[in-house]
Design a protein around this ligand. Structure first.
Ligand code: SF4
Length: 486
């Protein structure tokens, strides 16, 4: 419930100039669940780029006036951001734009590099000056450096992929081409499709293709580079198969939208399956099965179908809570969970309730939801979690960044059950995860500790800000590391 997802990327290329900014707007709107801190669109037309980026939700940043200021174009790249590295400030908004001797580039990135600090140090020692604190600028620098030595942007990207380590799904735009790439592990999803008017569309999730009227063609393969231009599409596969695929299993459990299909598996069906497994693993007598909105709902339905216990709506989410929600101050000490969720008394009063949620991180939110249900009159509350316990941090683009914050690292299941005030607690067994991914290889490192890459030394979300802060301290400056325009 309190893990936040990383980012969403989008791209479009058409033969003739059209409203590619409008198409990107709808695509980003469909990907809003992947990031609510900031968003941006860069439109390309005849070698020129036109961009707008800002902090806020897609419909806040892209007003009608702003969208009308974009010219028609043949290409666009878009991004929604939840920063897993780098502070929330305008400098970290994407897509990143770079001008270089051979042209220009706009880049949107989803994921986290494991070797970002090493690469950035090397670049800085060679004179590079960074404007943001996100990994994406490091990627942009390396591609640009290679572009100056190669004949094409796709060759430069391929060379950059030799040194990038970690999670990255990229969409980038040069004056003539739209290019996308997925890291060789395939940590983050990426797919593409085509509209009836012939425009190619690339997106983090298939739900965004549907939103802009594009037919899904296929997922981008781990390690694959796809180059779209007026001449059609070319696939480069020199990085395919160089690593074992490790799609983030949490994309199915929580991050992605249930109407998306990732690597051939429906997210909705994967969640139903998780619910079925929970029902078989923890058969429990109860009157109603409810899900914690949104990602617990599908698993609750699966639990209900497998157990025969009726499915019901026991919790309602305030749909209008977004990034802009702020605590009004000390005098209004209202439990924020109560602002986001409320219990449906008519559903749960006097009942034995099975409550399905996607995860327990610190335990505080789960405890508050259990209390909401108790206050609404639930007689028993049996909590079932559609993932195994979090025991390790994630280095691939989520904000699970410290074992100190993970309740399962410090307490047994019995203790956690007592701490959250539930009558019983059950997690999805580790060995069941493969059933969610269609028996493919997947990353489960936050549950198992089996990392497919080397673990980065400095992993904090604001690691580059911390470094800058140290430099300022050494220089005797009192500058805040959270200053908006470093
Ligand atoms: Fe996903 Fe966990 Fe792997 Fe991170 S560590 S990529 S959250 S499965």
């Amino acid at each position: 419930m309190s893990i936040r997802e990383e980012c969403g990327v989008f791209g479009v290329l058409s033969e003739k100039p059209m409203d590619v900014a409008g198409i990107s707007y709808y695509g980003l709107y469909a990907l809003q669940h992947r990031g609510q801190e900031s968003c941006g669109i860069v439109v390309g037309e005849d070698g020129l780029f036109f961009s707008h980026k800002d902090l806020g939700l897609v419909n806040e940043v892209f007003t009608k006036d702003i969208l009308q200021q974009f010219p028609k174009g043949t290409m666009a790249v878009g991004h929604v951001r939840y920063g897993t590295t780098g502070a929330t400030n305008r400098n970290n908004c994407q897509p990143i734009e770079v001008n270089h001797q051979k042209g220009r580039m706009a880049l949107a990135h989803n994921g986290n590099l494991c070797n970002a600090e090493v690469l950035r140090n090397e670049l800085e020692l060679n004179g590079a000056i960074f404007h943001s604190t996100s990994d994406t600028e490091t990627i942009a620098y390396i591609i640009t450096k290679e572009r100056l030595k190669t004949n094409s942007i796709e060759e430069a990207l391929s060379r950059a992929m030799n040194v990038l380590e970690g999670a990255y799904s990229l969409v980038l735009m040069s004056p003539q081409k739209l290019i996308c790439a997925r890291d060789p592990y395939g940590f983050r999803p990426l797919c593409f499709g085509r509209r009836a008017d012939g425009a190619y569309v690339v997106a983090s999730e298939s739900c965004a293709l549907q939103a802009v009227g594009a037919n899904f063609i296929r997922d981008v393969e781990p390690g694959e580079i796809l180059v779209f231009s007026r001449d059609g599409m070319v696939s480069r596969r020199e990085h395919c198969g160089t690593k074992k695929k490790h799609l983030c299993i949490f994309e199915y459990i929580y991050f992605s939208r249930p109407d998306s299909v990732i690597d051939g598996i429906s997210v909705h069906k994967a969640r139903l399956r998780a619910g079925e497994i929970l029902a078989k693993t923890y058969p429990t007598e109860a009157d109603i099965v409810i899900g914690v909105p949104d990602s617990g709902l599908d698993a609750a339905l699966g639990y209900s179908q497998a157990s025969g216990i009726p499915y019901g709506i026991g919790l309602i989410k305030n749909k209008y809570i977004g990034r802009t929600f702020i605590s009004p101050g000390q005098d209004a000490r209202i439990d924020q969970v109560k602002i986001k969720l409320s219990a449906v008394e008519e559903s749960v009063k006097g009942k034995r309730v099975i409550m399905i949620d996607d995860s327990i991180v610190r335990g505080t939110t789960s405890g508050r939801i259990v209390k909401l249900l108790r206050d609404a009159g639930a007689k028993e509350i049996h909590v079932r979690i559609s993932a195994p316990p979090f025991l390790h941090p994630c280095y691939y683009g989520t904000d699970i960044d410290s074992e100190d914050h993970l309740i399962a690292c410090h307490h047994s299941e019995t203790e956690i059950c007592q701490m959250i005030g539930a009558d019983s607690l059950g997690y999805l067994p580790m060995e069941s995860l493969r059933e969610l991914s269609g028996n493919c290889y997947y990353c489960n490192a936050c549950f198992s500790g089996a990392y497919p890459t080397e673990i980065p030394k400095d992993t904090g979300k604001n690691r580059f800000e911390q470094k800058l802060s140290e430099i300022h301290k050494i220089n005797g400056e009192e500058r805040s590391s959270k200053h908006e325009n470093l």
